[in-house]
Design a protein around this ligand. Structure first.
Ligand code: ZN
Length: 341
């Protein structure tokens, strides 16, 4: 009884999500509906068969299998309408979960790939869909550009240059994703410098499947403002001190870490250690559709399994707003910070 009450409270609790991939926010139900309306090939057209392909299997977790889910999505999008619909729904679902501030990251290359759309067109379509959804559902959405280390520097550079050359700056930050265990990020340094010079924030997926050495590099060599996951930083005491001193935020995604097999069981997750260390951190979904969850589920884990209090969550969300990539912090403070004070 008490637990259910708290779940209701957590649903109603205003939330911030700084680490959510649009690519991983499209639920199997949405794929089927969008496919019927606008076309788009799926391996199956019924939920029973489609879910195991698109969603992580909690009994069989490994990093490569998790990443492979995104290759299936890549060949799906056939039209502007399909892209706009999945974008709109992703924002709507976040808002219905009472996420009040969302940083939604995505790769225009991913959505453009199937039909070889112009990436600049895709960005404008996304912008329109996000604008309408955020008005309809009263949520502030900040777009972040994702590039992948897996597809090489040339492709990433093309997208970054395109984004920097657009008249109106749509993206407020850059994220680099992909498999951190197989290649070095050093060649991408030139792109990180470019986006930082242009005033965009930088977040680097590191210290997830790879060790603390990758977080160290993201901090010292790339001057990342935030780290995607970064949970393995706890293995290196000195690094934790460095993250704290530099005021770099760790974007923690508890369930995703289980589904990628990076953390073997919930009680082994270092979230409590991170909280106690004083390092800035926040709770996020990563890929809500792949992990079949919403941010409320993650807040419940924090409360029920790790003993977080409402004060802890308030403090965390204020810190997340402070570390957000939204260009006008005064606006955010005026419109949102009272929710957590
Ligand atoms: Zn991620």
């Amino acid at each position: 009884m008490k637990k259910n009450k708290t779940i209701d409270n957590m649903k109603a609790f205003p939330k911030v999500d700084l680490h959510r991939h649009l690519e991983g926010s499209v639920r199997p139900e949405t794929f089927i509906e969008v496919s019927k309306k606008y076309g788009g090939k799926l391996p199956f057209y019924d939920l029973v068969n489609l879910k195991p392909i698109f969603q992580a299997d909690p009994d069989c977790c490994d990093f490569k299998t998790f990443l492979s889910k995104f290759n299936i999505y890549r060949d799906f999008y056939e039209s502007k309408e399909a892209i706009q619909e999945v974008t709109y729904r992703a924002v709507k679902e976040a808002a219905l979960d009472n996420v009040r501030y969302l940083e939604l990251r995505f790769s225009p290359t991913h959505f453009a790939a199937n039909k070889k759309f112009n990436e600049s067109d895709v960005i404008l379509w996304m912008e329109e869909a996000i604008g309408i959804a955020s008005k309809d559902y009263n949520i502030i959405v900040t777009p972040i550009l994702t590039i992948s280390r897996d597809f090489g520097l040339d492709l990433a550079a093309k997208t970054v240059n395109l984004v920097l050359g657009m008249r109106d700056r749509f993206f407020c930050g850059l994220d680099i994703a992909g498999n951190e265990t197989i290649s070095s990020l050093k060649p991408f340094k030139v792109l990180f410098e470019k986006v930082k010079d242009a005033g965009m924030g930088l977040t680097v997926h590191a210290g997830e499947a790879g060790g603390p050495v990758n977080v160290r590099e993201a901090l010292l060599v790339f001057h990342a403002d935030r780290i995607g996951h970064g949970i393995r930083s706890v293995e290196d005491e000195a690094l934790m001190g460095m993250i704290r001193d530099r005021d770099v935020m760790l974007e923690v995604c508890i369930t995703s870490n289980l589904h990628t097999g990076v953390v073997k069981s919930l009680n082994e997750h270092p979230i409590k250690k991170i909280k106690n260390s004083g390092v800035p951190f926040c709770l996020n979904t990563d890929d809500p559709a792949v992990s079949a969850l919403c941010l409320t589920d993650e807040y419940c884990k924090a409360v029920f399994d790790f003993g977080f209090t409402v004060e802890d969550l308030n403090k965390m969300n204020l810190s997340a707003l402070y570390h957000s990539f939204y260009p006008d912090k005064n606006y955010l403070n005026k419109n949102l910070s009272f929710l957590w004070e």
